[in-house]
Ligand binder design. Structure first.
Ligand SMILES: [Zn+2]
Length: 234
């Protein structure tokens, strides 16, 4: 059966002499793998439509065991993002997170829209690293894994000024419930996590977050993601 969708290329692996196996986050079919025959030949009909982080219209044949790409054309190439190292790296980190966190062939329009929006806004965010943190939080929420930030994640208590973050319990914990290994947080950092989760891309640059707070927040969310992924694979 022939199918058509738009998708963002997340990964490309060399296959056989001149083929590529692509992973794309598609609007209609979720994260899919496709074989693109002869895509690595210089005269390939696909051109730049299969470059990483490119939004392309994809026409493919769905066989029993594989999806064979027939045509691809560029919708948006996010050129400005790719030209600057920090932004490129941020976009690739996000792609890698999608690869790890999102199940194959599980259509989810919210996840597709989130990544497309992120790439569309990334070229003019003043602080790409803050954008990346917001993306991680929003992706976790879209995947049903948002850290608990409004109440104590262990005991459900109201949160006081003394706060810790626990990857194991999935969010902020209160002074009664925190354990060895949890990270003490400034109330402002906890508040920033909440704001990042809720803020539109346009508003991000207006959020005040010190560089050291941002670093701590990144580390905690990465720990949280790592903890969750290990739990899933167990
Ligand atoms: Zn508690």
């Amino acid at each position: 059966m022939i199918r058509k969708t738009t998708g963002i290329i997340l990964r490309a692996i060399k296959f056989r002499e001149s083929d590529l196996i692509l992973t794309a986050l598609s609007r209609d079919y979720g994260k899919i793998s496709l074989i693109a025959k002869a895509a690595r030949r210089p005269e390939s009909k696909f051109g730049a439509a299969l470059d990483l982080l490119t939004l392309s219209e994809l026409v493919f044949y769905e066989g029993e065991n594989l999806k064979l790409l027939k045509e691809a054309s560029i919708v948006a190439d996010f050129r400005k993002v790719k030209r600057e190292y920090e932004r490129l790296e941020t976009a690739l980190q996000a792609a890698s997170l999608l690869n790890q966190l999102i199940e194959d062939e599980h259509p989810d329009r919210a996840v597709f829209d989130l990544y497309e929006d992120f790439l569309s806004h990334l070229d003019y965010l003043k602080r790409p690293s803050m954008g990346e943190l917001a993306f991680k939080l929003k992706l976790l929420r879209a995947a049903g894994l948002a850290p608990r930030l409004n109440r104590c994640a262990r005991g459900g208590h109201l949160l006081t000024r003394e706060l810790w973050f626990s990857a194991q319990h999935g969010g902020l914990v209160c002074s009664e419930c925190h354990q060895a290994g949890d990270t003490r947080l400034q109330p402002g950092t906890a508040q920033s996590l909440k704001m990042l989760l809720g803020a539109s891309w346009e508003r991000l640059d207006r959020l005040a977050l010190y560089e050291d707070e941002l670093e701590i927040a990144h580390r905690l969310i990465d720990e949280f993601i790592g903890y969750h992924l290990r739990a899933v694979r167990r």
